[in-house]
Design a protein around this ligand. Sequence first.
Ligand code: AP5
Length: 218
Amino acid sequence: MRLILLGPPGAGKGTQASALSNKYSIPHISTGEILREAVRKGDPVGVKAKAFMDKGELVPDEIVTEIVVDRLREDDTKKGFILDGFPRTRVQAESLDSSLKEYGIKIDRVVYFDTSASVSIERLSGRRVCPKCGGNFHLRNIPPKQEGICDDCGTSLIQREDDKEGTVKNRLRVYEEKTRSLIDYYKEKGSLKTVSGDQEVEGVLENLSRMFVDEKLV
Ligand code: AP5
């Protein structure tokens, strides 16, 4: 199964991608996570990307597209993949289309997480992440067992730099300006389905799982 998860910051794409990746044993490819890893390691791509990410702006298309195109060449994507946070612009979507054509594969489903701005803002402001293993928590919705500590590796949780208030507003603005139009792009191709991102985690996962079974994708 080859999926794209589309939706505003804080819609829950990463949370669902991670659950689906475990459930169906297919890789979760998050451009945000790949870029943050490059920043942590001080790779040249990370150095270039950091300034954009800290401001809540998009990293230039050519950088992000190259990352994804390279990643999709890896063997573990042969049985499927979940793209989370890519594509985010028309240019990225068209580059993805041509790479997939070259690889002789197609996307089975684009899922749009329809999420209200107030929900996105509440989720992003309460999100706490593990700087070591990437664990993703929320102060109220998905709290760690021990306050401020990652359940999986015991590291102290932090707030992402771009989850601070001013940057969140910019990320939502950038989403409206550059990414929202991809809903129509994929609707016109007939590959888009919508789920409500405003529901609780289990509800979204249930809806997605049912959708994939009904469509015989799993
Ligand atoms: P990225 O990491 O992709 O950020 P994003 O799209 O803004 O997505 P988020 O991770 O903020 O939200 P999410 O929808 O995954 O929600 P999550 O599941 O974490 O990108 C970061 C930056 O990298 C970008 O700003 C840009 O600079 C750059 N970048 C990345 N890709 C790019 C690209 N293609 N082109 C150019 N630049 C790119 O959930 C959020 C919180 O809510 C968590 O705390 C979670 O625990 C909680 N939660 C999740 N689901 C629920 C639920 N159903 N109910 C209650 N709480 C929930």
